[in-house]
Design a protein around this ligand. Structure first.
Ligand code: UDP
Length: 319
């Protein structure tokens, strides 16, 4: 299939683009390199250096779009909400308009657990209330809402995948390595591993007074290779006029302290921690029920052990 992957020079987008190329698809990556890296675009994919608001003729003949290009930092979204509304919602609406013009009828959208906000129960189901606690989650939820309307109006077949905490690295069959390398790194596992490499002295633990067993936040960590595979299944499952929503996680929660402990074991390094205040907008527990995608699309996570997720991320760091 001829496909366009927006944000395909970023962490998750590049892994999905690589798996699509491996599966024999004709892939073009559209990315403005605002946060991505040109060398992350997989071998065998074309690269168009443009923002999503200017997709234009890059959509010519395209049968499906996998849309990753977005701002994705919770803290930044609280400080600069306008950036999130204009990029994530405004940018996506422009892309949807262009897709309609070019007759592109399949979309897989990168949504997030942040659409749920502070959940009432765990694990979270797709039918649970969506009450985002930060502009990042709100902007992604607004796109999900728009997709429901667009799919009915324009015969679009759309699937939103709500990611929980994505981690690990991916080695393609040819040996190419895809890893997380944000210039501004806010995520827990890469920050802990930067302490293990000696790049940082300690990692901050954002809050130890949450209503969880050890007082630190609990998250559901999913391996990027498992997550990426779900996009290929979602693409095949797109159905004209339908918008589907699926959670993607492992279904098991790990606290910040537990993650740090696994990182100690895997790397064999001391990881000094410094207790800091809570990070605004962080719910205490976010754990997915991925039962719906398992049942409907036959997806199953294969790399569920936290040690394997951390080891893949650790081994991917050039040293
Ligand atoms: N966290 C932390 N120290 C850090 C980064 C993150 O304690 O340096 C915590 C954060 O508060 C959250 C969890 O680790 O509870 C996962 O955060 P991350 O930013 O990796 O993902 P998010 O849950 O925001 O998508």
């Amino acid at each position: 299939m001829k496909l366009l992957v927006t944000g395909g020079a970023g962490y998750i987008g590049s892994v999905v683009a690589a798996q699509l190329v491996e599966a024999g698809h004709d892939v073009t990556v559209l990315d403005d390199l605002s946060t991505g890296h040109a060398d992350a675009v997989p071998r065998g994919a074309r690269f168009v250096n443009r923002p999503i608001t200017e997709a234009g003729d890059a959509l010519d003949g395209v049968e499906g779009v996998l849309h990753f290009a977005a701002r994705s930092l919770v803290g930044e979204s609280v400080e600069k909400p306008g950036l999130y509304w204009s990029n994530n919602l405004g940018g996506t609406l422009a892309l949807l308009h262009a897709m309609h013009e070019y007759g592109v009828r399949r979309l897989v959208f990168s949504s997030t657990a942040a659409t749920y906000g502070e959940p009432e129960r765990s694990p979270i189901l797709e039918t649970d209330p969506t009450r985002p606690t930060n502009p990042y989650g709100a902007s992604k939820l607004a796109v999900d809402t728009a997709l429901t309307a667009y799919s009915g109006l324009h015969k679009l077949g759309a699937v939103s995948l709500r990611y929980f905490n994505v981690a690990g690295a991916y080695t393609a069959p040819g040996g190419d390595l895809y890893r997380e390398r944000h210039t501004v790194e806010t995520h827990l596992i890469p920050n802990v591993l930067r302490v293990a490499t000696g790049e940082r002295e300690s990692v901050s633990v954002f809050g130890t007074d949450y209503p969880t067993p050890d007082g630190t936040c609990v998250r559901d960590y999913i391996h990027v290779a498992d997550l990426a595979r779900a996009h290929l299944l979602a693409l095949d499952a797109t159905t004209e006029g339908e918008h589907r929503v699926y959670n993607l996680g492992n279904g098991t929660g790990f606290s910040v302290r537990e993650v740090v402990e696994v990182c100690r074991e895997v790397t064999g390094h001391e990881i000094p921690t410094v207790v800091g205040p809570r990070r605004p907008g962080d719910p205490a527990v976010l754990v997915a029920s991925s039962e719906k995608i398992q049942r409907e699309l036959g997806w199953k996570p294969e790399r569920t052990s936290m040690s394997e997720i951390v080891a893949d991320a650790w081994n991917a760091i050039p040293r």
